[in-house]
Ligand binder design. Structure first.
Ligand code: NAD
Ligand code: SER
Length: 312
């Protein structure tokens, strides 16, 4: 049985990923690690350790001592927060990755998951149905760190045989945990405000289309990728993955079907420039072909589940 460590486990993805991995492998097999300890859902039902991914020696000692087989490295600054603190974003997003890739290179870890993002694309990338292989000139510090991370993952795989796997997640929509400082966060916040206040002020303009995905799809895709036979994984940088795609106006129209008096207004801020540099939609045919990926939630399904589950 594999022993799994999820580093950065108390955030938006980690909370749901830990629950899903524990359901699959058993609670004691999946260790949650984070700087934070404010996620009772995962801290109360299995092992938790306070770990700072930037403390390289502590992380090494822990992983080697605990005989960890698989690491999911989620600790990072997201796009909007990263733009406010570029030096630290670069440090956090890169140093943790090297610590884990080096442990895998030395044979201490068998398999690594490290998430990339649609932020690897930039203003010169074809925006519609963005292909797996295309122009990538990211214009944010977050996107630059993710693109560099992709290159290093591929390098460690080809050069040292490291089994590292990755997905370019779109904006993730969830109700079990809150997002942590991204440009796509509006598409979560809107549901809370629709239910509690019946109105929402959006920091993107009404026609800003972005690729999005419901969290259940993202977690299932992550686990399917990690369980796929190694010979099927042809992409060792990161896979494009599509869920759905919508603009704030389209999302608001879907919400209005359930909350008829819902009102949205638009007050774009610095995140508009980040969103404008990203694709509108993603072509994920390579992931479909290599390991059978298929999204289950379209915009309508996502809206219904979110409105049923977010607390007003
Ligand atoms: P999040 O901000 O919600 O969670 C990150 C977690 O990492 C937090 O719990 C935080 O406390 C922890 N962390 C930060 N610094 C740490 C450190 N030094 N040591 C240990 N833990 C630390 O982020 P998320 O949305 O869960 O994203 C996880 C990963 O997925 C990130 O790499 C992110 O770039 C990527 N991603 C997320 C999305 C999305 O829409 N959520 C989309 C694309 C990619
Ligand atoms: N949802 C993420 C962000 O907005 C995309 O990586 O930063």
């Amino acid at each position: 049985m594999s022993k799994i460590l999820v580093l950065g486990s108390c955030g938006q993805i980690g909370t749901e990923l830990v629950l899903a991995l524990r359901h699959k492998h058993g609670n004691q097999q999946v260790i949650a690690a984070d700087l934070r300890d404010d996620s009772p859902q995962i801290i109360n039902n299995g092992p938790y350790v306070k770990l700072d991914v930037l403390q390289r020696e502590e992380v090494r000692t822990y992983i080697i001592g605990q005989k960890i087989d698989e690491v999911y490295l989620l600790a990072a600054l997201l796009s909007a927060t990263a733009e406010k603190n570029p030096d630290f974003a670069w440090k956090l997003n890169m140093e943790g990755l090297f610590t884990i890739l080096d442990l895998a290179k030395e044979g201490h870890i068998k398999k690594v998951f490290w998430p990339s993002s649609i932020a690897v694309f930039g203003p010169t990338t074809p925006a519609n149905s963005t292909p797996q292989h295309t122009i990538m000139e990211p214009s944010t510090v977050y996107g630059i760190s993710k693109q560099a991370g992709e290159r290093w993952c591929e390098y460690y795989h080809h050069k040292f045989g490291v089994d590292v796997r990755s997905i370019r997640y779109p904006g993730l929509i969830s109700y079990k945990s809150l997002p942590g400082g991204g440009t796509t966060d509006y598409a979560v916040d809107i549901f809370y405000k629709a239910k509690s206040e019946g109105k929402f002020s959006c920091f993107l303009t009404e026609n800003t289309a972005l690729p999005m995905m419901f969290m259940d799809d993202a977690i299932r895709g992550t686990i399917e990728l990690m369980e796929a036979p190694a010979e099927n994984i042809k992409i060792r940088s990161a896979y494009n993955l599509a869920g759905c795609s919508f603009t704030p106006a389209e999302l608001a129209a879907e919400i209005k079907l359930f909350v008829p008096n819902f009102h949205i207004d638009y007050q774009p801020d610095f995140r508009q420039a980040i969103a404008d540099s990203w694709p509108n939609s993603i072509d994920d045919s390579q992931a479909q072909k290599d390991w059978g990926w298929k999204a289950q939630f379209d915009t309508k399904a996502l809206v219904r589940v979110m409105l049923e589950n977010v607390n007003s």
